[in-house]
Design a protein around this ligand. Structure first.
Ligand SMILES: [Zn+2]
Length: 135
């Protein structure tokens, strides 16, 4: 799944975390769940990072810096750091440790780029939800 969609999902589960202590675990759990779903990922690391940073800023602006939401978002994004290192050639595929990347949990099949529209729609709905929830 694209980084921005992971951040949106992490924000959503963070918003429902019983306390900020749970948000990192729920955020990482959301990453596993989304990686199982068939999806499309941008090849460009720079595009992924740029859209991820934009999404993180939108999430932060939408919820008034709620700690659980921010922790959920950041920890939902964190597992893709190893994908970044892998795509940059810094680590090999075998060095990946996150269950959804290392083959311990199956990774969803690759779909066409039109799947990004679903990820954008999902992310917009999450932002609308966060804005309505905080007002
Ligand atoms: Zn992933």
């Amino acid at each position: 799944m694209c980084l921005f969609a992971h951040i949106a999902a992490g924000a959503l589960v963070g918003a429902h975390a019983p306390s900020p202590y749970w948000a990192p675990l729920l955020g990482m759990g959301s990453h596993v769940a989304l990686d199982i779903v068939p999806h499309y990922d941008f090849e460009s690391v720079n595009l992924q990072l740029m859209l991820g940073i934009v999404m993180l800023a939108i999430v932060a602006a939408a919820n008034g810096l709620d700690l659980s939401i921010l922790l959920g978002s950041l920890f939902a994004a964190l597992p893709d750091f190893e994908n970044l290192l892998w795509r940059k050639g810094i680590i090999t595929d075998e060095r990946k440790v996150f269950p959804g990347h290392a083959g311990i949990i199956p990774h969803g099949r690759e779909t066409g780029p039109e799947n990004v529209l679903l990820q954008v729609a999902f992310s917009i709905l999450v932002v609308i939800y966060l804005v309505r929830r905080s007002s």
